[in-house]
Every structure is written in structure tokens, then in C-alpha cells.
Design a protein around this ligand. Sequence first.
Ligand SMILES: NC(=O)c1ccc[n+]([C@@H]2O[C@H](COP(=O)([O-])OP(=O)(O)OC[C@H]3O[C@@H](n4cnc5c(N)ncnc54)[C@H](OP(=O)(O)O)[C@@H]3O)[C@@H](O)[C@H]2O)c1
Length: 272
Amino acid sequence: MYRLGFIGTGNMGGAMVRAATNGGYAAECILANRSFEKAQTLAQQCGCTAVHTNEEVAADAYFILLGVKPFLMAEMLKGIAPVLQRRQQNGERFVLVSMAAALSIETLKEMAGGDYPVIRIMPNTPCAIGQGMVLVTPDQQVTDEEVQQLCDCLKASGRFDRIDESLMDAGSVIAGCTGAWACMMIEALADGAVQTGIPRQKALEYAAQAVQGAAALVLQSGKHPGQLKDEVCSPGGSTIVGVHAMERGGLRAAAMDAVVQAFEKTKQMRKG
Ligand SMILES: NC(=O)c1ccc[n+]([C@@H]2O[C@H](COP(=O)([O-])OP(=O)(O)OC[C@H]3O[C@@H](n4cnc5c(N)ncnc54)[C@H](OP(=O)(O)O)[C@@H]3O)[C@@H](O)[C@H]2O)c1
């Protein structure tokens, strides 16, 4: 019996396999993916086991992590439903762990064809390097000990927070989508730096490290980001001129709109 089984080892599933590996759980991971080569390559890199079918993972893992796109979830779960049913009939304990955006615990149970214990997690891709944010919602059948066990196995992902399922969609937007928006910001800042004469590679390094440092300061100092911004802005200095340019360009409104519109889209996806 493997502790962690992964079905779907793409961007997010793969990042979680790396997190489990970084936490010392590689030998306890069994992987399956629609194209076997992807699971096999990852397994070779990480020291896990790759298998050819989803059924093998469903039969052999305690936590079965579902890493396929939401629109493919129903079809995938239909394929493993007989295995899950058999395990339940045999009194074998297992927990389904979904990382899919917008699919509720209730919907996942319907798709799986049984009232199985489910944990919804919402990770993000920086989990692969220990800088992730993982939101966690267990259903009532899951014990606190099981939640703890799963978080321990994935602890090398980064930060964890347990939230109510009613906040999961909104939480998934701010924790899951922000990485893409932050990368756009880094790219844009680096473009500006290139315009001022900094070579591209250095511009990207400086911008990325500055954004990472600012984020770490927010998290570690506990100070409000507005205060940290004020601390960089000398009276009559250069930073405040840049702040004005950002405000004129509508940075705050654009950021708020991005979050709200992504949330609206997530709600539409939930309706199918
Ligand atoms: N990407 C993110 O930042 C992020 C963040 C939070 C949550 N998520 C969630 O994570 C899940 C996966 O997203 P992703 O971005 O990782 O997508 P992805 O890169 O396309 O990975 C999905 C993987 O699932 C495999 N797959 C598809 N159907 C399958 C099946 N029937 N059996 C086994 N494997 C199957 C695909 O295999 P092939 O190689 O053959 O295509 C692919 O490797 C989604 O539910 C998404 O909502 C993603």
C-alpha cells in the first residue's frame, strides 16, 4: 500500500509529486498519467513508482490525489469507480484528494459514485519548490488525523491553511492565479529595466528577487503592505514618482478586477 497515489501528473499534480519527494515521501508515491511517459519520467526523476493504469493507483494508495483538469474529472472517476466501490465493500480505508478548481466535495462524490471521504486541496505551482500555498477543506468523514497526515506528507509544499468550503473558490483565485499575475508584473518591471539599460537576464533576476523580498517582508514582518511601501518612498524621491505612474496606469483597479473576474469565471466553471 502506497501512502500517496497521483492520477494526473501534469503541472499541478507534478508539482505535488515534487513536494512529496522533497519531504522525503518519494518511495510512498505511486503515479499514473494518461500519457504514461510523463508519469514515468517524473517517477524516474523523483524516485517514485509509475504505473500504466489509474486503477492500480486507486487500488493501492491511501490518499488518492486527483490531478486532472476539472472537465476531465467525471470521466476519469468513472473509470476508477469499480475499484473504489470494491475497496469500500472490503472495508478498506482510502481518501480521495482533489486539487481541481471549482468542483465541490458533493460533486466529486457524485462523480466517484459513492459517499467516499474527500479532501479538497487548492495548491499552486510554487509547491514544487517549497514556496506554495495550499488551501485545505476536508469533508465530515475525514478525521483530523488524516488531514494532518496528508499535510505532513506534503509539508515541503509551503504554507497550509484550512478553510471552509464556501471560501474555496475565492481562495483558489487569490492563491492559485496570483502566480501568473505576479509573473506578468515581474516581466513588465524587467522590460522597464531593460529600457533603462540593464541587460535582460539581470533585469529579470533583480525584479524577481525584489518581488520575492517584498512578499517575504509582508509575511514575516506582519506590517501592512501600505506601510512597507511608505518606508521605501523617500519624500521627493524616485520611488514615489513610480508609485504615481502605477496609480495613473490603474494598477490597483486592474489587480482588483483580475481577482473579481477570475472568481466570476470560477463560479461559471462550477455550474459547468
Ligand atoms: N496549474 C495550476 O496552477 C493549478 C493550481 C491549482 C489547481 N490546479 C488544478 O490541478 C488540476 C490539473 O491542472 P494542471 O494545470 O496540472 O493540468 P495539466 O498540466 O493539463 O495536467 C493534467 C494531467 O492529467 C492527465 N490526465 C488527463 N486525463 C487523464 C486521465 N483520464 N487519467 C490520468 N491522467 C489524465 C494529463 O495527461 P496528458 O499528459 O496525457 O495530457 C495531464 O498530465 C486541475 O484540476 C486544476 O484545476 C491547477
